[in-house]
Design a protein around this ligand. Structure first.
Ligand code: NAP
Ligand code: HSE
Length: 433
């Protein structure tokens, strides 16, 4: 009898359940593709009593030590999430000579370089296709198919929960709180939505993409990050009036040896391909010197699409195990020289609530002008919730974020405004892409 390739899993929740279902449903096809059957040996969970389709009680364990001492396990698939104990378990699995597959963006963003070096030291592999963009193939294309390119920029929508929320707000004048409640009801947003709505999840994914696209080590805390929780339904109405929609864009580009990296709600011209990526979909646009622009788009989350990416890695490893192929060398990352966010240049959208009085606009224009920030357009609307007040929506020409921030601080301190509603970059058409 042909000996199987043994797989053990850490975690069997949303994604793990999708992996187990696909492994059971397509076992014959996977065996033909690999040349040997795949055998799911042990699955680490917290709660042994929970009902889990496709798994027997004897496959479940709450002990990582038991799982890692199973000699038949050749591939460990980490689908627990969170930084710890996932990081420790991945490191121990690699050090014990097992190949590892993970969907964990937090661990890969914070510890990816260390773990890849550990894998190389032990002559095993660590694959992580599912950590960015769910079912969209993006890690593998960047590692292989686009390798001949010098990548100059990447622009991405890499958080499905916030893209679902922003699409609903753009479509229907719905408020942030209502759309968050709907995202939670549909199971897209967690009960604690901070990681998604404050942009942490997208910044982990952007850090991973920067390692692959630019060969640079970028830590998530080095990325300028702004969440979507301050957006109001008016922002979408005003953006539409100006010809834009609002997306949580993760962007990175090289400028004179410096890496400019940000995750911010951003105005994007309504005709741009990324402006039309709606709902829970994700998309990643890469600009390479040989290939030009390429866009990868598809389902960025969910058990089945994510299982597709996890199992692609498992099948690749299993085929290498059967063929007794050695891992390829890993190129070490170079520490990124990150440009501070105050020096990021862009066009900007500014929403202010101001007293409806003569001279206010001149004061605001003065504070911006003193810092070299030139106004491109001004729209005025009635403020719905305040008497004798108006909403001013300004767009600027290319300016440094630090200069705009300083001007807004002065405007606020001098009490020219009742409220600073929002400040967002504008992508494209002269804005930094
Ligand atoms: P999940 O539904 O919360 O499942 C987590 C699983 O890990 C559960 O089976 C849980 O056990 C187990 N687990 C967690 N901590 C554990 C511990 N300390 N000891 C033992 N078992 C533990 O998570 P998920 O949505 O499947 O996500 C898994 C990973 O995939 C995360 O890294 C996530 O970021 C990534 N990912 C998810 C998606 C998505 O659409 N959900 C998409 C792309 C990537 P119990 O079942 O006993 O609680
Ligand atoms: N919370 C993530 C999202 C799941 O909404 O995109 C996939 O990583």
């Amino acid at each position: 009898m042909v000996s199987p390739v043994g797989i053990s899993m850490l975690g069997s929740g949303n994604v793990g359940g999708g992996v187990v279902a696909a492994l059971n449903a397509a076992s014959n096809r996977y065996e033909r593709s690999v040349g040997r059957p795949l055998q799911l040996r042990q699955v680490l969970v917290r709660d042994l009593a929970r009902q889990r389709d496709g798994l027997t009680a004897s496959q479940l364990t709450t002990s990582f030590d038991d799982l890692i001492s199973d000699e038949g396990t050749q591939i460990v698939v980490e689908l627990m999430g969170g930084e710890e104990p996932a990081y420790e378990y991945i490191a121990r699995a690699l050090a014990s000579g097992r190949d590892v597959v993970t969907a964990n963006k937090e661990v890969m963003a914070k510890h990816g370089a260390k773990l890849l070096a550990l894998a190389a030291e032990h002559e095993v592999r660590l694959l992580y296709e599912a950590s960015v963009g769910g079912g969209i193939p993006i890690i593998s294309p960047l590692s292989r198919d686009l390798l001949a390119n010098e990548v100059s920029a990447l622009t991405a929508i890499i958080n499905g929960t916030t893209n679902f929320m922003l699409t609903a707000m753009a479509d229907g004048g719905v408020d942030y709180k209502d759309v968050l409640a709907e995202a939670q009801r549909l199971g897209y947003a967690e009960p604690d939505p901070t990681a998604d709505v404050e942009g942490f999840d997208a910044s982990y994914k952007l850090a991973i993409l920067c390692g692959l696209a630019f060969g640079l080590e970028l830590f998530p805390e080095e990325i300028e990050r702004q969440g979507i929780s301050l957006l109001a339904s008016q922002d979408f109405i005003y953006a539409a009036e100006l010809g834009y929609t609002i997306k949580l864009l993760a962007r990175a580009r090289l400028d004179d040896g410096h890496l400019i990296a940000s995750v911010c709600p951003t105005l994007i011209y309504h005709d741009e391909p990324l402006a039309k990526v709606d709902g829970v979909l994700n998309a990643v646009e890469i600009e390479g010197n040989l290939v030009g622009h390429v866009l990868f788009e598809g389902p960025g989350a969910g058990p089945t699409p994510t299982a597709s990416a996890v199992l692609a890695d498992v099948l690749a490893l299993a085929r290498d195990i059967v063929a007794d192929r050695r891992p390829l060398a890993v190129t070490p990352l170079i520490p990124a020289q990150v440009l501070p966010s105050a020096s990021h240049k862009s066009r900007f959208y500014i929403r202010l609530t101001v007293p409806d009085q003569a001279g206010v606009l001149a004061q605001i224009a003065g504070a911006l002008g003193e810092r070299g920030v030139s106004i491109a357009s001004v729209l005025q609307f009635e403020a719905d919730d305040l008497d004798d007040a108006a909403e001013l929506v300004l767009t600027t020409y290319l300016a440094e974020r630090g200069a705009v921030n300083d001007a807004l601080k002065q405007i606020e301190e001098a009490q020219f405004v009742q409220r600073i509603g929002n400040l967002m970059p504008i992508a494209g058409l002269g804005g930094a892409r």
